[in-house]
Design a protein around this ligand. Structure first.
Ligand code: 3PY
Ligand code: MG
Length: 252
């Protein structure tokens, strides 16, 4: 499995993605054609089942855009099924403790790192592989695991979480994070920004990638300047609405 996003991160390239909500294989292709690095297929808030996610992953592969899935929770079936259909990484929401992340690794990584369930699924070309050991090694190396830091408990336990082998980085969810500090939606509040900086610094210190969501390009650019490795900018549908609102209101 070739994970272009992981390759770029390893080369210290800054990457951009978006949360997918347009809901069609064509819309996934469009993001790839546009040159986006990754698309986040959202099973936490989005309406998609695994069969639909599989179609979007195929479209992403066709257009060389890395398909990540935000799983709905850190249960074994939630993680296993999306990896089996070919997700190249998972974003895991609402993480609070090291123990939770250890379970994520157990479900997402094959032996010996974890105990990911073994079956001859799409991820292993339906078992058309030379050696199981080699496939395990390759999948373990290339499957990105990004717990979300979006709760006060996660911030408090961050050192222990970052220390878990197999965690590639942290994805900050500023909306839920601000809510967790009783400031819902107040992402520019100094306390929230200070926490974001602290999470970023801890990621850097432990050589882990720092991802964050930004609602727009200007905010994203600020995060890149502060040192973030990657920013997921907006949801595709927001840009669709904005562009067509502009056209709908054009002078005529
Ligand atoms: C959040 O902000 O809470 C997210 O999960 C990502 O935008
Ligand atoms: Mg969130």
């Amino acid at each position: 499995m070739k994970n272009l996003l992981k390759e770029k991160l390893q080369q210290s390239k800054k990457t951009v993605g978006t949360f997918f909500s347009m809901g069609s294989s064509e819309a996934v292709e469009a993001l790839g054609i546009a040159g986006m690095d990754y698309v986040i297929l959202d099973k936490e808030h989005g309406p998609y089942g695994v069969e639909t996610v599989q179609q979007y992953i195929r479209a992403a592969e066709r257009r060389n855009i890395t398909p990540l899935v935000r799983v709905k929770d850190f249960s074994r079936p939630s993680i296993l099924k999306v990896l089996d259909v070919g997700a190249q990484g998972i974003i895991v929401p609402m993480i609070r403790t090291r123990q939770e992340v250890e379970r994520v690794i157990e479900y997402a990584k094959y032996y010996p790192m974890g105990r990911r369930g073994v079956a001859l699924t799409r991820a292993s070309d339906y078992g058309d592989i030379e050696s199981l050991e080699e496939y395990f090694r390759d999948a373990n190396q290339n499957t990105l695991v990004l717990p979300q830091c979006e709760t006060r408990e996660c911030v408090e336990n961050l050192d222990a979480i970052l220390d878990v082998e197999g965690v590639d980085g942290i994805f900050i969810g500023p909306y839920d994070l601000s809510q967790s500090y009783d400031k819902p939606g107040k992402m520019s509040d100094p306390e929230i920004q200070r926490i974001i900086d602290m999470v970023l610094e801890k990621c850097k210190r432990q050589n882990k990638y720092a991802f964050i969501f930004a609602p727009d390009k200007k905010t994203a650019s600020g995060y890149f300047k502060r040192g973030f490795d990657s920013v997921a900018v907006a949801m595709d549908i927001h840009l669709y609405i904005e562009t067509f609102r502009d056209i709908a209101n054009m002078p005529r």
